[in-house]
Structure formats: structure tokens, C-alpha cells
Design a protein around this ligand. Structure first.
Ligand SMILES: [Zn+2]
Length: 137
């Protein structure tokens, strides 16, 4: 195949892929419009309720989370609602796994230690392992 033939083949394949992409973008327009309408409706609801402090939504179930709600703040800053929050038993298990993993970083070990301390404080305060590990958002 000559250099010119390779270029011609590339142009033909590129045009076909660009056409396929354009068709997909066109097909997505109604969905993008619907998503935009939903986002506008959420914003309107937030304004009508004067919820200037709306934090976001639960990572698992998408429930809205407001300041003062019970919830769990994950290490990466994501939130979980009370129903989706980890139990203290799950926190303990995660911490034990991190501590047992020889590849855990110092940061992981420090985090695991803080998790274990949190579990121990909860139990010392009369809490149970099956309680949800939530605080006030
Ligand atoms: Zn949830």
C-alpha cells in the first residue's frame, strides 16, 4: 500500500467514525435536554425552599443532604445518608483490612487507626457495632 493509499484509507475511516459520532450526538440531544430540564427543576426547588446550604446528595441513593442531616462523610469527601452509611462493624472491618494489608500506605494506616479509635469511642459510649456511623452534616 502506498503512502497516498494509506492516507486515503485513513481519511475514509476517519470520516466514517466522525459520521457515527455525529449520529450519536444527535441521538443524545433529547436526553441532554431532559437532563438540563431536571437540573433546572432541582435548582428551582432549591431556590423555592431557600436551601442555600444544600450540600449535595447521597453517593449511594441520591437522597438530598442538607446541613444538620445525619450522615457519613467518606474519606474522599463524598457523603452517605443515614440509611446508606457504614455501620461501625463495617468501619472496623475496613480498618482491619487496611491494617493487615502490607501494601497500605502510612496515610492508610493513619486513617485506619482513626477509624478504629472512632469505633472504640462509639462502643465506650455504649454504642453497638451494628449502629450506623453517622454524624451531623
Ligand atoms: Zn443514601
Amino acid at each position: 500500500m502506498s503512502a497516498q493509499e494509506r492516507i486515503d484509507e485513513f481519511r475514509k475511516a476517519f470520516r466514517e467514525l466522525a459520521e457515527a459520532e455525529a449520529q450519536i450526538i444527535e441521538a443524545m440531544k433529547p436526553f441532554n435536554a431532559a437532563l438540563s430540564a431536571i437540573h433546572t427543576a432541582v435548582e428551582t426547588l432549591r431556590e423555592e425552599a431557600e436551601l442555600t446550604g444544600h450540600l449535595g446528595s447521597c453517593l449511594e441513593c441520591n437522597d438530598p443532604l442538607l446541613p444538620g442531616d445525619p450522615g457519613h462523610v467518606c474519606r474522599d469527601g463524598e457523603w452517605l445518608c443515614e440509611q446508606c452509611a457504614f455501620t461501625y462493624a463495617e468501619l472496623k472491618g475496613q480498618a482491619e483490612t487496611m491494617l493487615a494489608d502490607k501494601d497500605s500506605s502510612d496515610e492508610d494506616r493513619e486513617h485506619a487507626g482513626a477509624m478504629m479509635a472512632r469505633v472504640e469511642r462509639h462502643l465506650a459510649d455504649g454504642g453497638k457495632l451494628e449502629d450506623r456511623a453517622v454524624g451531623t452534616l
